[in-house]
Design a protein around this ligand. Structure first.
Ligand SMILES: NC(=O)c1ccc[n+]([C@@H]2O[C@H](COP(=O)([O-])OP(=O)(O)OC[C@H]3O[C@@H](n4cnc5c(N)ncnc54)[C@H](O)[C@@H]3O)[C@@H](O)[C@H]2O)c1
Ligand SMILES: O=C(O)C[C@H](O)C(=O)O
Ligand SMILES: [Mg+2]
Length: 635
């Protein structure tokens, strides 16, 4: 979806009439149908407004507003337009200062613990994003990515309206910075990078206090919460409190893709300790220095947190993110019928993967009903892998010709760290046991418990090889060469683990070893591959970011009491291009299931009476778009 998103130049923005004035810009073409914000009541004055990124407009406050809000004299006299601010951030000319030493600046940006703020100060032009790109050619990718993140983060801390406009217009370029893969690097270095807090932190030490703490959050209304306990951050393992970067990045995607108002989102970290010894020994580590809580102690913290959220914002949607497998499933089971919540890794990922699996059938020129005949090898039987298997199985059971119980129909070969999972495996989690291979007559491949990946691929000749293992490079040359012998004319390889270093393989290797006819998708972004003869091998992205914004938006706008499999299925089936459509599909499903209670000025009956087109229109109109609103003070 985003790979095709056009980046609008400032000239295009000018043409669309947006930002022609700093106080009352016209509704942008991109947000056609979205509500233009009316005046915004602010309960602050003077520097308090300048220091509040929700309301701050920096130099774009018009003189009338400066008078009204006690800002006259607190800003340089020139009033800049939003457009000029936008250009200043993104397009300033590269520095020609003889003092400019890009490497020094990058080191200071990437390794904030090093005392080189003074160095950074003399590198005058790096507040512009493009000049940073220009000045950092040839530097290591990770250093440049972290420097870019710092620049974006500073803008986020200062002026959210400008930040989100820049993000929306440049989402293809900036998604890899605020989201995977750079967000992984940010989480790994979070304690050192920390300058200002964002979101809320509930720790094991806050037991008994959460019901009052929740009222410390300044916004009266919160619609969307993303919460993690930091126990499985991407494929990077337990990062403790440093995992807060993930909810922040996910909510940035909500604002950019789903048009959720940034004043109504809340990233949350549940710090119940960490089992990462490196972090526990790190002097700078900002989380609780204790091993993770387990069992009932752990659940009582999450219970208290959920009750507190529900008490203050009963209609908020809560997205669980990057919880280790046991807690991902346990919490989903525990809360899904009581609260409006979902687990993105289990449920969001499944929808995206199912869309990819169905796409792989189409790529072979076969009818969708042939999905039931696809042989699928899944590497990784964790929260994401099992989520995908469950949804793919459900989809197969709905196809014609398949026995409803699914008996005798197992098109999946599932491997974990101990190899192929069969019925002879001891101590299997029941969620995984459903997919264990038996040794009955349907087993013609002569495979054994714990068989290696290459053995499985050679014998099964699968149509699809799907990785959610968190192990970088596990689809090696041998495995990919074996995929060349797949029974599919278009073998599909999905390397879905994040971040980039954990991807099971690269697109280069896929097109080299499997062939030009392969279909490739990855969780983190890769560039397309030049195949010769002017052809390209496409590096598609299969990441739950294409689904979760629509799930959250639809659940929110329908006022659904809880989020069901039917709603998730509807979202997966319409993963086309526009989140508004995904959101509308979830609203329709909530209405059909009699779970939509409506919200604000739209009640359940209004929702029921809407046609499909009306619903898309309604969702689009509710999406927030970054435009400065006139501010009116109320003391
Ligand atoms: N693309 C996406 O949208 C998306 C969504 C969710 C998760 N993910 C990625 O998927 C990965 C796994 O996430 P999870 O929540 O399922 O983690 P998890 O820890 O719950 O599960 C990991 C699974 O991989 C297995 N595994 C480990 N080493 C293996 C090996 N050498 N061979 C085969 N299997 C092995 C483990 O036994 C376990 O079953 C992470 O890297 C995560 O970033 C991607
Ligand atoms: O965060 C992502 O990029 C996708 C997914 O939620 C993951 O855990 O890897
Ligand atoms: Mg995740």
């Amino acid at each position: 979806m985003w790979r095709h998103a056009a980046r609008r130049s400032s000239a295009q923005i000018r043409r669309s009439g947006v930002m022609s004035s700093s106080s009352s810009p016209a509704a942008p073409a991109a947000a056609a149908g979205a509500a233009v914000p009316g005046p915004c009541i602010v309960h602050k004055r003077g520097t308090d407004i300048l220091h509040d990124p929700w309301f701050n407009k920096d130099t774009a406050f018009p003189m009338t507003e400066r008078d009204r809000l006690g800002l006259r004299g607190l800003l340089p006299p020139r009033v800049m337009s939003f457009e000029q601010q936008y250009d200043r951030f993104s397009e300033s000319t590269p520095s020609t200062s003889p003092n400019f030493r890009p490497r020094d600046h990058l080191i200071s940006a990437a390794l904030p613990n090093v005392a080189c703020d003074a160095l950074a100060a003399c590198c005058v032009a790096v507040n512009s994003f493009r000049s940073l790109e220009h000045n950092t050619r040839g530097e290591p990718d990770t250093i440049v990515a972290l420097a870019k993140w710092r620049i974006l983060n500073r803008l986020h801390d200062r002026n959210e309206t400008l930040y989100y406009r820049v993000l929306i217009d440049n989402i293809k370029d900036f998604a890899p910075i605020i989201y995977t893969p750079t967000v992984g690097l940010v989480c790994e270095n979070y304690s050192g990078l920390f300058r200002r807090p964002r979101g809320m932190y509930f720790s094991a030490k806050d037991k008994g206090e959460m019901m009052s703490m929740i009222y410390n959050w300044p916004a009266e209304k919160v619609d969307m919460i993303v919460v993690t306990d930091g126990s499985r951050i991407l494929g990077l393992g337990d990062l403790g409190v440093q995992g807060i970067g993930i909810p922040i990045g996910k909510l940035d995607v909500y604002v950019a893709a789903a048009g959720i108002n940034p004043q109504k989102v809340l990233p949350i970290m549940l710090d119940v300790g960490t089992n990462n010894t490196k972090l526990l020994e790190d002097k700078l580590y900002l989380g609780l220095r204790q091993p993770r809580l387990e069992g009932e102690e752990y659940l009582s913290v999450v219970d208290e947190f959920m009750e507190a959220v529900h008490a203050r914002w009963p209609k908020a949607v809560v997205q669980f993110e990057d919880f280790q497998m046991k807690w991902a499933f346990e919490t989903l089971q525990r809360y899904r019928n009581r609260f409006c919540m979902f687990n993105d890794d289990v449920q969001g990922t499944a929808g995206v993967a199912l869309a990819g699996l169905l796409g792989a059938v189409r790529a072979q020129g076969r009818p969708l009903s042939d999905f039931t005949k696809q042989k699928i090898v899944v590497v990784g039987a964790g929260s994401a892998g099992i989520g995908v298997l469950n949804m793919a199985k459900q989809a197969m059971l709905r196809m014609p010709g398949i026995n409803r119980s699914g008996e005798g129909h197992n098109q999946f070969w599932v491997l974990d760290k101990d190899g192929l999972i069969t019925k002879s495996r001891k101590g299997l989690d029941p969620a995984v046991a459903r997919y264990a291979r038996g040794f009955g007559p349907e087993e013609v491949q002569d495979l054994h418990e714990g068989a290696s990946l290459v053995e499985v691929v050679r014998k099964v000749k699968p149509h699809v090889l799907l990785g959610l293992s968190g192990v970088g490079g596990i689809f090696n040359e041998e495995v990919l060469k074996a995929m060349k012998e797949s029974d599919s004319p278009r073998p599909a390889i999905f390397a879905m683990s994040n971040p980039t270093t954990k991807a099971e393989c690269t697109p280069e290797d896929v097109f080299k070893y499997v062939g030009d006819n392969a279909v490739f998708a990855s969780g983190s972004p890769f560039s397309n591959v030049t195949l010769g003869n002017g052809r390209q091998g496409y590096a598609n992205q299969a990441n739950n970011m294409y689904l979760f914004p629509g799930i959250g938006l639809g659940a929110l706008l329908s006022g659904a009491r809880h989020i069901t499999d039917g709603m998730l299925q509807s979202a997966a089936e319409c993963i086309r291009h526009i989140t508004a459509r995904v959101g509308a599909a979830v609203v329709r499903a909530a209405v059909d299931e009699d779970l939509a209670e409506g919200r604000c000025d739209v009640d359940a009956r209004d929702l029921k009476s809407m046609t499909e087109a009306d619903t898309v229109d309604f969702v689009a109109r509710k999406m927030w778009y970054p435009i400065y609103s006139p501010l009116v003070n109320d003391k």
